[in-house]
Design a binder for this molecule. Structure first.
Ligand SMILES: [Cu+2]
Length: 174
């Protein structure tokens, strides 16, 4: 069992509050009943797109653009999603000294987040962002706070998890 899985299991237990401990019994239930009782299932409005490669999002300051280079689950899926994200200037020009200060998956309609993703720098401005933990169906914000060349920007991928709940939670608990 890798460390990030231990941490994630503990944080899922904390986030969903219905789970008493860090051991395997802390995994969410397989049947989805508890989940549906705590939060009514959410649907995505028509303006929330499904995730796709080469998706580009400009920061709210208009200074930094993020591009989804690859993702292991397209469209967005349950539990861990691993993305490669590239940050450039607003017109795609390279940036130097890019750092990600924060990544936060957040479900605005329910006002909750999940566990903290793992960030690994691959190249200038390009990062592997893994364990983006999507624990419910519905609309999600994957929020990035990014700095480069002395500027900071806030970039939000608005994406939809429209997949049916998996029969097992093996991906979150193994
Ligand atoms: Cu939710």
């Amino acid at each position: 069992m890798r460390l990030r899985h231990v941490i994630s299991s503990a944080l899922i237990a904390f986030t969903l509050t219905a789970c008493p401990s860090e051991d395997e019994t802390s995994c969410p239930p397989d049947d989805g009943v508890m989940d549906d009782e705590m939060y009514p299932p959410a649907e995505c409005s028509d303006d929330i797109p499904e995730l796709r490669e080469e998706m580009k999002v400009l920061g709210t300051m208009g200074k930094i653009q993020a591009e989804l280079v690859t993702a292991d689950k397209i469209p967005l899926g349950w539990f861990y999603n691993d993305w490669t994200v590239k940050f450039t200037g607003p017109d795609g020009e390279p940036l130097e000294g890019v750092t990600i200060d924060k990544v936060e998956p957040y479900m605005t309609v329910h006002q909750h987040g999940t566990t903290v993703p793992i960030i690994d720098e691959l190249d200038d401005g390009e990062f592997d962002v893994s364990a983006i933990n999507i624990v419910m169906a519905g609309p999600w914000e994957v929020r990035f706070t990014v700095k480069a060349d002395g500027v900071e920007d806030y970039i939000v991928f608005n994406v939809c998890n429209a997949q049916p709940r998996p029969v097992t939670n093996a991906n979150a608990c193994e």
